[in-house]
Each structure stands twice: as structure tokens, then as C-alpha cells.
Design a protein around this ligand. Structure first.
Ligand code: C2E
Ligand code: MG
Ligand code: MG
Ligand code: MG
Length: 288
């Protein structure tokens, strides 16, 4: 499978290497062709409620399966896709694919879960964003309450625009989460006024939570604040059991990270979590 080819072969695509205009042009051209050739695919990573041990949702994460270079992660191409505007089509593809997939899983007996899809800044500023989302929900038949869009703090810089767009999205009945929370500069007062449902605490606070007292304090503080503002919280980047234990102790209910599962193609996710089709078990992942 192409999967194994990727590893170290895509350094040419590093967005940092912008010194070479030639490489940049090849990259853009490849990216454009990738859309025509359907080289993008969606991987899914489970979110787990560590109080109940059940999968509470999944995040859709785009991958570029390059015919020669193998799997190219979004970090290598999202920023160029933004610059070239290709992110609009890529983003729409990811949303449609993810909604379709969840509906298909449900037809096969999976209980309703929430699927999260990342929005890019450019998408967030598109005037037809709400219409696009509404159409995809209609077309795929996914219940709006089962869709969550992930935005970042930086997208709320134009506060009036953000609040208008978010209000329209909320009127569709979907959920909104703030990704990479804690790394941006959004004012807590503004945050309070935005119609959001969930904060995703950035991985950088979680990675050393068991050894870094300051980060542990920040995470506890975010949890308290979120509780008081009636927001849900999820911790990103949970890789180790002691992080799970720690988060459980401070009453962080939801986590996402390699400890419970890497992002996987839909069929591999089904294999790794076969209980998705056993209604009785409801995606239960065993936690001791
Ligand atoms: P994100 O939305 O914060 O997604 C989480 C990223 O962290 C994913 O990387 C995921 O694979 C990774 N991750 C999950 N658990 C762990 C863990 O335990 N440890 C570590 N070290 N990493 C973990 P990925 O898939 O490479 O995506 C990177 C970023 O690219 C995403 O960050 C998101 O900002 C962006 N992205 C991904 N898919 C899309 C998309 O469809 N549209 C847009 N606009 N952006 C996307
Ligand atoms: Mg995300
Ligand atoms: Mg994130
Ligand atoms: Mg992140």
C-alpha cells in the first residue's frame, strides 16, 4: 500500500522551504491535480469519554495520498492550499466525505456519534459557508446535531464577522468547538460571547501535564472556567496512560490522542474498533 512510501519522502513539500519558487510551483500544480485525481482522503481519529470508556466522537483529518510520495499530512499542504484557495474545495470534500461516512456507519448499526471537521480561515470567511454546510447536511442526511465544526481562536479576530457566521452555523443545529485552545490570543470576554459548545485544549498543555505543574494548573483552570461557562472540554494529544489517569482525576471527561488511536482510514477504524457494529457495546473501548 502507498501508506508505507510516505515517511521521509515529502520534505520537498515543506512549506518552510519557500526559497525555491520552482518547487513551490510544482507543489501548487501537484496540489491542483490532486483534486482532479481524487488523491485526497479522510482519516478518522476517535474521541473517547474517559469516565464512561466510550467513543464519544471522531475527528475527520485530511490526508493527501500522493501516487509517488505516499501519505502527505495536512501540515505539509494546508497552508499552501489556503494561499492558493484550493482549501475551499478540499474542505468541502472533507466535510462531504465525513458526513457520508458517518451516515453509512449508522446504516450499518453504529450509534449516533458526533463527527468533527476542521474549518480553515478561508472557509470561515467564505460568504457561502453556511449554505455549503446546509447543503451537505441535506445531501448526506446527517443530523445537524451530529456535526461539529472546529475553528481556531485566530478566526475570531474579526469578532463581528465571527459571531455572525457562528450564529448562522448554530442556527443549522450544528456544534462548534475551538481547536488548539490556549495557543491563541482570544480574549476570554469575547470567547464568552461566542456561541461555542466545546474547547479543545491544545496538545502542548497535555504533553507534559503529569510533570509540569504550570501546565497542569492551566488545564485545571480551563476546566473550571469551561464548567462555569457551560462549555464542554476535550484534551488533545493524549499519548500515555498516566496522562489519562491525571485527566480523569481532574474531571476532564473527553480526550483524543494516540493512546486511544491514531487517525485511520474508515475501514481500518472499523477493524480496530469492531464493536462499532455491536449496538450493545456502543463503541466501548475497554479502559481498566
Ligand atoms: P488538529 O485539528 O489540531 O488535529 C489534531 C492533530 O494532532 C492531527 O494531526 C492528529 O493526527 C494529531 N494528533 C492526534 N493525537 C495525537 C497525539 O496523541 N500526539 C500527537 N503528537 N499528535 C496527535 P494531522 O492529522 O496531521 O493534522 C494537523 C492539522 O492539520 C490539524 O490539527 C488541523 O489544524 C489541520 N487539518 C487536518 N485536516 C484538516 C482539514 O480537513 N481541513 C483543515 N482546514 N485543516 C485540517
Ligand atoms: Mg482539529
Ligand atoms: Mg487541535
Ligand atoms: Mg493541534
Amino acid at each position: 500500500r502507498v501508506k508505507e512510501l510516505g515517511r521521509n519522502n515529502y520534505s520537498i513539500y515543506s512549506p518552510l522551504e519557500k526559497d525555491s519558487t520552482y518547487e513551490q510551483l510544482i507543489f501548487e500544480n501537484d496540489l491542483r491535480k490532486a483534486l482532479e485525481r481524487n488523491e485526497f482522503t479522510v482519516y478518522y481519529q476517535p474521541k473517547v469519554n474517559i469516565q464512561t470508556g466510550k467513543i464519544s466522537g471522531i475527528e475527520a483529518l485530511v490526508r493527501w495520498i500522493h501516487p509517488e510520495k505516499g501519505i502527505i499530512p495536512p501540515g505539509k499542504f494546508i497552508s499552501i492550499a489556503e494561499e492558493t484557495g484550493l482549501i475551499i474545495q478540499i474542505g468541502e470534500f472533507v466535510l462531504r466525505t465525513a458526513c457520508r461516512q458517518v451516515v453509512e456507519w449508522q446504516k450499518n448499526g453504529m450509534h449516533p456519534i458526533i463527527v468533527s471537521v476542521n474549518l480553515s480561515t478561508k472557509q470561515f470567511l467564505q460568504t457561502n459557508l453556511v449554505k455549503m454546510v446546509e447543503e451537505i447536511l441535506y445531501e448526506t442526511g446527517l443530523a445537524p446535531s451530529q456535526l461539529e465544526l472546529e475553528i481556531t481562536e485566530s478566526m475570531t479576530v474579526d469578532f463581528n464577522q465571527a459571531i455572525t457566521t457562528l450564529n448562522h452555523l448554530k442556527q443549522l443545529g450544528i456544534q462548534i468547538s475551538v481547536d488548539d485552545f490556549g495557543t491563541g490570543y482570544s480574549s476570554l470576554n469575547y470567547l464568552r460571547m461566542l456561541p461555542i459548545d466545546r474547547l479543545k485544549i491544545d496538545r502542548s498543555f497535555i504533553s507534559d501535564i503529569t510533570t509540569n505543574a504550570e501546565n497542569a494548573a492551566i488545564v485545571s483552570t480551563i476546566l473550571t472556567m469551561a464548567y462555569n461557562l457551560k462549555l464542554d472540554v476535550i484534551a488533545e494529544g493524549v499519548e500515555e496512560e498516566n496522562q489519562v489517569d491525571f485527566l480523569q482525576k481532574i474531571n476532564c471527561d473527553e480526550v483524543q490522542g494516540y493512546y486511544f488511536g491514531h487517525p485511520l482510514p474508515a475501514d481500518e477504524l472499523e477493524q480496530k474498533f469492531p464493536e462499532i457494529y455491536d449496538k450493545a457495546k456502543l463503541w466501548t473501548k475497554v479502559i481498566d
